[in-house]
Design a protein around this ligand. Structure first.
Ligand code: SF4
Length: 384
Protein backbone atom coordinates (compact mmCIF):
# COMPACT_ATOMS: atom_id res chain seq x y z
CA UNK A 1 0.00 0.00 0.00
CA UNK A 2 1.16 3.55 -0.72
CA UNK A 3 1.81 5.25 2.67
CA UNK A 4 0.49 8.63 1.51
CA UNK A 5 -2.49 7.30 -0.41
CA UNK A 6 -1.22 8.99 -3.59
CA UNK A 7 -1.15 5.67 -5.44
CA UNK A 8 -4.26 3.53 -5.45
CA UNK A 9 -5.04 0.13 -6.81
CA UNK A 10 -6.75 0.34 -10.16
CA UNK A 11 -10.33 -0.76 -9.85
CA UNK A 12 -12.47 -1.54 -12.90
CA UNK A 13 -15.57 -2.78 -11.12
CA UNK A 14 -17.44 0.44 -12.06
CA UNK A 15 -16.84 -0.31 -15.73
CA UNK A 16 -18.13 -3.86 -15.26
CA UNK A 17 -21.26 -2.63 -13.44
CA UNK A 18 -21.84 -0.05 -16.21
CA UNK A 19 -21.65 -2.79 -18.87
CA UNK A 20 -24.07 -4.94 -16.87
CA UNK A 21 -26.52 -2.03 -16.68
CA UNK A 22 -26.32 -1.26 -20.41
CA UNK A 23 -29.28 -2.94 -22.16
CA UNK A 24 -27.42 -2.91 -25.49
CA UNK A 25 -24.54 -4.97 -24.15
CA UNK A 26 -24.24 -8.74 -23.95
CA UNK A 27 -21.79 -9.41 -21.13
CA UNK A 28 -19.51 -12.38 -21.59
CA UNK A 29 -17.21 -13.22 -18.71
CA UNK A 30 -14.31 -15.69 -18.58
CA UNK A 31 -12.66 -16.92 -15.39
CA UNK A 32 -8.97 -17.92 -15.23
CA UNK A 33 -7.96 -21.24 -13.65
CA UNK A 34 -6.17 -19.73 -10.62
CA UNK A 35 -9.18 -17.58 -9.63
CA UNK A 36 -11.18 -20.65 -8.51
CA UNK A 37 -8.45 -21.52 -6.01
CA UNK A 38 -8.64 -18.19 -4.18
CA UNK A 39 -11.96 -16.35 -4.67
CA UNK A 40 -13.48 -17.84 -1.51
CA UNK A 41 -10.60 -16.85 0.79
CA UNK A 42 -11.82 -13.34 1.54
CA UNK A 43 -15.42 -14.49 1.75
CA UNK A 44 -14.68 -16.97 4.51
CA UNK A 45 -15.51 -19.95 2.29
CA UNK A 46 -13.49 -23.07 2.94
CA UNK A 47 -12.45 -25.89 0.61
CA UNK A 48 -15.47 -27.39 -1.13
CA UNK A 49 -17.65 -24.38 -0.24
CA UNK A 50 -15.66 -22.30 -2.73
CA UNK A 51 -16.41 -24.67 -5.62
CA UNK A 52 -16.32 -23.87 -9.33
CA UNK A 53 -20.12 -24.31 -9.45
CA UNK A 54 -20.68 -21.69 -6.74
CA UNK A 55 -18.25 -19.34 -8.47
CA UNK A 56 -20.24 -19.63 -11.70
CA UNK A 57 -23.49 -19.15 -9.75
CA UNK A 58 -22.09 -15.98 -8.12
CA UNK A 59 -21.15 -14.55 -11.53
CA UNK A 60 -24.65 -15.34 -12.86
CA UNK A 61 -26.23 -13.73 -9.79
CA UNK A 62 -24.14 -10.59 -10.35
CA UNK A 63 -25.81 -10.50 -13.78
CA UNK A 64 -23.33 -11.65 -16.43
CA UNK A 65 -25.18 -13.04 -19.47
CA UNK A 66 -22.67 -15.78 -20.27
CA UNK A 67 -20.12 -17.32 -17.91
CA UNK A 68 -17.28 -19.13 -19.64
CA UNK A 69 -14.06 -20.79 -18.60
CA UNK A 70 -10.61 -19.50 -19.55
CA UNK A 71 -9.58 -23.16 -19.24
CA UNK A 72 -11.30 -23.71 -22.61
CA UNK A 73 -8.92 -21.16 -24.11
CA UNK A 74 -5.99 -22.73 -22.22
CA UNK A 75 -6.77 -25.98 -24.06
CA UNK A 76 -6.89 -23.99 -27.29
CA UNK A 77 -3.52 -22.44 -26.42
CA UNK A 78 -2.04 -25.92 -26.02
CA UNK A 79 -3.35 -26.93 -29.45
CA UNK A 80 -1.70 -23.90 -31.01
CA UNK A 81 1.47 -23.70 -28.92
CA UNK A 82 2.06 -27.48 -28.95
CA UNK A 83 1.68 -27.48 -32.75
CA UNK A 84 4.06 -24.54 -32.98
CA UNK A 85 6.65 -26.40 -30.88
CA UNK A 86 6.40 -29.46 -33.15
CA UNK A 87 6.59 -27.23 -36.24
CA UNK A 88 9.72 -25.54 -34.87
CA UNK A 89 11.31 -28.90 -33.95
CA UNK A 90 10.67 -30.14 -37.49
CA UNK A 91 12.41 -27.07 -38.98
CA UNK A 92 14.88 -26.46 -36.21
CA UNK A 93 17.38 -24.46 -38.31
CA UNK A 94 14.73 -21.94 -39.28
CA UNK A 95 13.95 -20.93 -35.68
CA UNK A 96 15.71 -19.40 -32.70
CA UNK A 97 16.09 -21.66 -29.64
CA UNK A 98 14.88 -22.25 -26.99
CA UNK A 99 11.18 -21.67 -27.60
CA UNK A 100 9.67 -19.66 -24.72
CA UNK A 101 6.06 -19.82 -23.58
CA UNK A 102 4.15 -16.57 -24.08
CA UNK A 103 1.03 -16.81 -21.92
CA UNK A 104 2.34 -14.64 -19.05
CA UNK A 105 2.25 -10.92 -19.96
CA UNK A 106 4.63 -10.09 -17.11
CA UNK A 107 7.26 -12.36 -18.68
CA UNK A 108 6.57 -11.22 -22.26
CA UNK A 109 6.95 -7.60 -21.19
CA UNK A 110 10.17 -8.45 -19.32
CA UNK A 111 11.71 -10.10 -22.43
CA UNK A 112 10.56 -7.30 -24.63
CA UNK A 113 12.09 -4.58 -22.47
CA UNK A 114 15.22 -6.32 -21.19
CA UNK A 115 16.10 -8.93 -23.78
CA UNK A 116 14.45 -7.77 -27.04
CA UNK A 117 16.91 -9.85 -29.06
CA UNK A 118 15.00 -12.90 -27.72
CA UNK A 119 11.53 -11.75 -28.80
CA UNK A 120 11.56 -14.19 -31.72
CA UNK A 121 12.08 -17.04 -29.25
CA UNK A 122 8.64 -16.41 -27.74
CA UNK A 123 5.83 -18.58 -28.99
CA UNK A 124 3.51 -16.52 -31.16
CA UNK A 125 0.47 -18.12 -29.46
CA UNK A 126 -1.54 -15.50 -27.57
CA UNK A 127 -2.37 -16.00 -23.92
CA UNK A 128 -5.61 -17.88 -23.09
CA UNK A 129 -7.23 -14.57 -22.05
CA UNK A 130 -6.65 -13.05 -25.48
CA UNK A 131 -7.53 -16.21 -27.40
CA UNK A 132 -10.80 -16.30 -25.50
CA UNK A 133 -11.59 -12.67 -26.34
CA UNK A 134 -10.93 -13.23 -30.06
CA UNK A 135 -13.09 -16.39 -30.09
CA UNK A 136 -15.91 -14.75 -28.13
CA UNK A 137 -16.21 -11.88 -30.61
CA UNK A 138 -16.02 -14.13 -33.70
CA UNK A 139 -16.95 -17.81 -33.27
CA UNK A 140 -19.32 -17.36 -30.33
CA UNK A 141 -20.88 -14.18 -31.79
CA UNK A 142 -21.53 -15.94 -35.11
CA UNK A 143 -23.01 -19.02 -33.45
CA UNK A 144 -25.41 -16.89 -31.41
CA UNK A 145 -26.13 -14.32 -34.12
CA UNK A 146 -24.88 -11.46 -31.93
CA UNK A 147 -23.23 -8.32 -33.34
CA UNK A 148 -19.70 -8.57 -31.86
CA UNK A 149 -19.76 -4.81 -31.29
CA UNK A 150 -22.48 -5.42 -28.71
CA UNK A 151 -20.42 -7.94 -26.80
CA UNK A 152 -18.61 -6.68 -23.72
CA UNK A 153 -15.90 -9.24 -23.01
CA UNK A 154 -14.82 -9.29 -19.39
CA UNK A 155 -12.10 -11.36 -17.71
CA UNK A 156 -11.64 -12.34 -14.09
CA UNK A 157 -7.91 -12.87 -13.68
CA UNK A 158 -5.44 -13.49 -10.84
CA UNK A 159 -3.22 -10.94 -12.51
CA UNK A 160 -2.68 -7.19 -12.72
CA UNK A 161 -0.57 -7.45 -15.93
CA UNK A 162 -3.56 -8.85 -17.78
CA UNK A 163 -5.19 -5.39 -17.65
CA UNK A 164 -2.29 -4.02 -19.63
CA UNK A 165 -2.16 -7.00 -22.01
CA UNK A 166 -5.86 -6.58 -22.88
CA UNK A 167 -5.32 -2.92 -23.72
CA UNK A 168 -2.39 -3.40 -26.12
CA UNK A 169 -3.19 -1.73 -29.43
CA UNK A 170 -2.74 -4.92 -31.45
CA UNK A 171 -5.03 -7.08 -29.27
CA UNK A 172 -8.10 -6.49 -31.42
CA UNK A 173 -8.01 -9.19 -34.05
CA UNK A 174 -11.79 -9.83 -33.97
CA UNK A 175 -12.43 -6.34 -35.42
CA UNK A 176 -14.85 -5.19 -32.70
CA UNK A 177 -12.76 -3.01 -30.41
CA UNK A 178 -10.35 -4.64 -27.99
CA UNK A 179 -10.84 -8.42 -27.91
CA UNK A 180 -11.08 -8.19 -24.11
CA UNK A 181 -12.83 -5.03 -22.91
CA UNK A 182 -12.52 -5.16 -19.12
CA UNK A 183 -10.17 -7.12 -16.86
CA UNK A 184 -11.06 -7.66 -13.21
CA UNK A 185 -8.73 -9.19 -10.67
CA UNK A 186 -9.86 -11.87 -8.22
CA UNK A 187 -10.02 -9.10 -5.57
CA UNK A 188 -12.31 -6.99 -7.76
CA UNK A 189 -14.56 -10.01 -8.39
CA UNK A 190 -14.88 -10.46 -4.62
CA UNK A 191 -15.70 -6.74 -4.30
CA UNK A 192 -18.53 -7.18 -6.81
CA UNK A 193 -19.93 -10.14 -4.86
CA UNK A 194 -19.87 -8.01 -1.71
CA UNK A 195 -21.35 -4.97 -3.44
CA UNK A 196 -24.29 -7.11 -4.58
CA UNK A 197 -24.72 -8.59 -1.08
CA UNK A 198 -24.40 -12.12 -2.41
CA UNK A 199 -23.67 -14.94 0.00
CA UNK A 200 -22.30 -17.72 -2.24
CA UNK A 201 -22.89 -20.27 0.53
CA UNK A 202 -26.59 -20.19 -0.28
CA UNK A 203 -26.23 -20.38 -4.06
CA UNK A 204 -26.98 -23.52 -6.01
CA UNK A 205 -24.01 -24.70 -8.09
CA UNK A 206 -24.18 -23.88 -11.81
CA UNK A 207 -22.21 -25.11 -14.81
CA UNK A 208 -20.22 -22.96 -17.23
CA UNK A 209 -22.06 -22.01 -20.41
CA UNK A 210 -21.33 -23.56 -23.79
CA UNK A 211 -19.55 -23.44 -26.32
CA UNK A 212 -16.54 -21.87 -24.59
CA UNK A 213 -17.01 -23.49 -21.20
CA UNK A 214 -15.77 -27.07 -21.52
CA UNK A 215 -12.23 -27.76 -20.34
CA UNK A 216 -9.78 -30.49 -19.41
CA UNK A 217 -7.38 -31.04 -16.54
CA UNK A 218 -4.57 -29.87 -18.83
CA UNK A 219 -6.19 -26.43 -19.13
CA UNK A 220 -6.73 -26.36 -15.38
CA UNK A 221 -3.03 -26.58 -14.49
CA UNK A 222 -2.15 -23.47 -16.52
CA UNK A 223 -2.53 -21.59 -13.26
CA UNK A 224 0.43 -23.20 -11.54
CA UNK A 225 4.14 -23.07 -12.42
CA UNK A 226 5.04 -25.95 -14.77
CA UNK A 227 1.42 -26.40 -15.84
CA UNK A 228 1.74 -24.99 -19.35
CA UNK A 229 4.80 -27.15 -19.97
CA UNK A 230 3.08 -30.27 -18.63
CA UNK A 231 -0.10 -29.68 -20.61
CA UNK A 232 1.87 -29.02 -23.82
CA UNK A 233 3.95 -32.18 -23.36
CA UNK A 234 0.82 -34.32 -22.85
CA UNK A 235 -0.52 -33.24 -26.24
CA UNK A 236 2.84 -33.14 -28.07
CA UNK A 237 3.49 -36.73 -26.97
CA UNK A 238 0.07 -37.83 -28.23
CA UNK A 239 0.71 -36.20 -31.62
CA UNK A 240 4.21 -37.68 -32.00
CA UNK A 241 3.48 -41.17 -30.64
CA UNK A 242 -0.09 -41.52 -31.90
CA UNK A 243 -1.40 -42.41 -28.42
CA UNK A 244 -1.87 -40.63 -25.11
CA UNK A 245 0.81 -40.92 -22.45
CA UNK A 246 -0.13 -41.57 -18.83
CA UNK A 247 -1.78 -38.31 -17.79
CA UNK A 248 0.85 -37.73 -15.09
CA UNK A 249 3.81 -38.86 -17.23
CA UNK A 250 5.37 -35.37 -17.15
CA UNK A 251 4.85 -34.59 -13.47
CA UNK A 252 8.62 -34.12 -13.10
CA UNK A 253 8.11 -30.49 -14.19
CA UNK A 254 6.11 -29.81 -10.99
CA UNK A 255 7.80 -28.43 -7.93
CA UNK A 256 8.44 -25.52 -5.62
CA UNK A 257 11.91 -24.55 -6.79
CA UNK A 258 12.07 -21.38 -8.86
CA UNK A 259 13.87 -23.20 -11.68
CA UNK A 260 13.60 -26.84 -12.70
CA UNK A 261 15.29 -28.63 -15.58
CA UNK A 262 14.02 -31.94 -17.00
CA UNK A 263 14.69 -34.02 -20.10
CA UNK A 264 11.93 -35.94 -21.87
CA UNK A 265 12.09 -38.27 -24.87
CA UNK A 266 9.67 -37.23 -27.63
CA UNK A 267 9.87 -39.49 -30.69
CA UNK A 268 13.51 -39.66 -31.70
CA UNK A 269 14.42 -36.48 -29.83
CA UNK A 270 15.38 -35.72 -26.26
CA UNK A 271 13.69 -32.49 -25.27
CA UNK A 272 15.59 -30.33 -22.78
CA UNK A 273 13.03 -28.34 -20.81
CA UNK A 274 13.24 -25.70 -18.12
CA UNK A 275 10.45 -24.29 -15.96
CA UNK A 276 10.95 -20.99 -14.15
CA UNK A 277 8.81 -18.84 -11.87
CA UNK A 278 9.63 -15.40 -10.47
CA UNK A 279 11.35 -12.67 -12.47
CA UNK A 280 14.59 -12.85 -10.45
CA UNK A 281 14.92 -16.48 -11.55
CA UNK A 282 13.97 -15.49 -15.08
CA UNK A 283 16.79 -12.94 -15.15
CA UNK A 284 19.33 -15.56 -14.07
CA UNK A 285 17.97 -17.91 -16.72
CA UNK A 286 18.35 -15.29 -19.44
CA UNK A 287 21.91 -14.46 -18.42
CA UNK A 288 22.80 -18.18 -18.47
CA UNK A 289 21.29 -18.58 -21.94
CA UNK A 290 22.97 -15.42 -23.19
CA UNK A 291 26.37 -16.42 -21.89
CA UNK A 292 26.01 -19.92 -23.33
CA UNK A 293 26.17 -21.58 -19.92
CA UNK A 294 23.05 -23.59 -20.65
CA UNK A 295 20.84 -24.62 -23.57
CA UNK A 296 17.22 -25.76 -23.71
CA UNK A 297 14.58 -26.61 -26.30
CA UNK A 298 11.44 -25.46 -24.49
CA UNK A 299 11.21 -23.04 -21.56
CA UNK A 300 8.16 -22.02 -19.52
CA UNK A 301 8.40 -18.81 -17.52
CA UNK A 302 5.76 -17.35 -15.19
CA UNK A 303 6.56 -13.97 -13.64
CA UNK A 304 4.93 -14.65 -10.27
CA UNK A 305 6.50 -17.09 -7.80
CA UNK A 306 4.51 -20.34 -8.02
CA UNK A 307 2.71 -19.14 -11.18
CA UNK A 308 -0.69 -17.44 -11.45
CA UNK A 309 -1.96 -18.97 -8.19
CA UNK A 310 0.43 -16.49 -6.54
CA UNK A 311 -0.53 -13.66 -8.92
CA UNK A 312 -0.73 -9.99 -7.99
CA UNK A 313 -4.51 -9.87 -8.37
CA UNK A 314 -5.21 -12.65 -5.87
CA UNK A 315 -6.39 -12.00 -2.29
CA UNK A 316 -3.57 -10.81 -0.04
CA UNK A 317 -3.05 -12.17 3.46
CA UNK A 318 -0.32 -10.20 5.23
CA UNK A 319 2.67 -12.39 6.04
CA UNK A 320 1.12 -15.55 4.53
CA UNK A 321 1.83 -17.13 1.19
CA UNK A 322 -0.88 -19.36 -0.26
CA UNK A 323 0.52 -20.13 -3.74
CA UNK A 324 1.52 -23.69 -2.92
CA UNK A 325 -1.82 -24.55 -1.35
CA UNK A 326 -3.73 -23.05 -4.28
CA UNK A 327 -1.49 -24.92 -6.75
CA UNK A 328 -2.39 -28.15 -4.91
CA UNK A 329 -6.07 -27.36 -5.54
CA UNK A 330 -5.44 -27.10 -9.29
CA UNK A 331 -3.58 -30.44 -9.36
CA UNK A 332 -6.48 -32.02 -7.46
CA UNK A 333 -9.02 -30.58 -9.90
CA UNK A 334 -6.87 -31.85 -12.80
CA UNK A 335 -6.74 -35.37 -11.36
CA UNK A 336 -10.53 -35.36 -10.86
CA UNK A 337 -11.32 -34.30 -14.43
CA UNK A 338 -12.63 -36.96 -16.80
CA UNK A 339 -10.66 -35.38 -19.65
CA UNK A 340 -7.01 -34.54 -18.99
CA UNK A 341 -5.66 -33.85 -22.49
CA UNK A 342 -6.30 -30.58 -24.30
CA UNK A 343 -6.72 -32.32 -27.66
CA UNK A 344 -9.66 -34.30 -26.20
CA UNK A 345 -11.71 -31.21 -25.29
CA UNK A 346 -14.91 -31.72 -27.35
CA UNK A 347 -15.67 -27.99 -27.56
CA UNK A 348 -12.14 -27.25 -28.78
CA UNK A 349 -12.46 -30.04 -31.37
CA UNK A 350 -15.79 -28.56 -32.50
CA UNK A 351 -14.32 -25.06 -32.75
CA UNK A 352 -11.66 -26.41 -35.12
CA UNK A 353 -14.25 -28.35 -37.17
CA UNK A 354 -16.69 -25.46 -37.45
CA UNK A 355 -14.44 -22.42 -37.54
CA UNK A 356 -10.68 -22.66 -37.13
CA UNK A 357 -10.05 -25.69 -39.42
CA UNK A 358 -6.83 -26.87 -37.79
CA UNK A 359 -4.04 -25.60 -35.50
CA UNK A 360 -1.87 -22.93 -37.16
CA UNK A 361 -4.44 -22.41 -39.97
CA UNK A 362 -4.86 -18.94 -41.49
CA UNK A 363 -7.83 -18.19 -39.25
CA UNK A 364 -5.97 -19.49 -36.21
CA UNK A 365 -2.99 -17.30 -37.06
CA UNK A 366 -5.17 -14.24 -37.52
CA UNK A 367 -7.08 -14.66 -34.26
CA UNK A 368 -4.91 -16.68 -31.93
CA UNK A 369 -1.33 -15.62 -32.69
CA UNK A 370 0.59 -12.41 -32.53
CA UNK A 371 4.12 -11.26 -33.24
CA UNK A 372 5.77 -9.75 -30.17
CA UNK A 373 6.94 -6.17 -30.30
CA UNK A 374 9.63 -4.23 -28.51
CA UNK A 375 7.39 -2.68 -25.85
CA UNK A 376 10.03 -0.20 -24.72
CA UNK A 377 10.20 1.26 -28.23
CA UNK A 378 6.41 1.30 -28.55
CA UNK A 379 5.96 2.90 -25.13
CA UNK A 380 8.56 5.59 -25.89
CA UNK A 381 6.73 6.40 -29.09
CA UNK A 382 3.28 6.22 -27.50
CA UNK A 383 2.12 3.34 -29.68
CA UNK A 384 0.88 1.13 -26.86
FE1 SF4 B 1 -0.07 -12.69 -14.42
FE2 SF4 B 1 1.70 -13.55 -12.62
FE3 SF4 B 1 0.18 -15.31 -14.00
FE4 SF4 B 1 2.13 -13.98 -15.20
S1 SF4 B 1 2.37 -15.48 -13.56
S2 SF4 B 1 0.05 -14.30 -15.98
S3 SF4 B 1 2.06 -11.97 -14.20
S4 SF4 B 1 -0.54 -13.78 -12.52
Amino acid sequence: HCPTGALRERDDTDKAFAALADPEKITVVQVAPAVRTAWGEELGLHGEEASEGKMVAALKRIGFDYVFDTNFAADLTIMEEGSELLERLGNSRKYAWPMFTSCCPGWVSFVSKKYPEYLRNLSTAKSPQQMFGAMAKTYFAQKKGIDPNNICCISVMPCVSKKREASLSYMKSAGAGQDVDIVLTTREFVRMIRAEHINPRFLKEQAFDSPLGESTGAGMIFGVTGGVMEAALRTAYAVVEGKNPEADAFRAVRGREGRRETDFVLGDKTLHTCTVSGLANAEKLMEDIKEGRTAYDFVEVMACPGGCVGGGGQPIHDGCEFAEQRGGTLYRLDSERKLRFSHENPEVQKAYEEFLEKPLSRTAHKLLHSEHVNELYFETHNYL
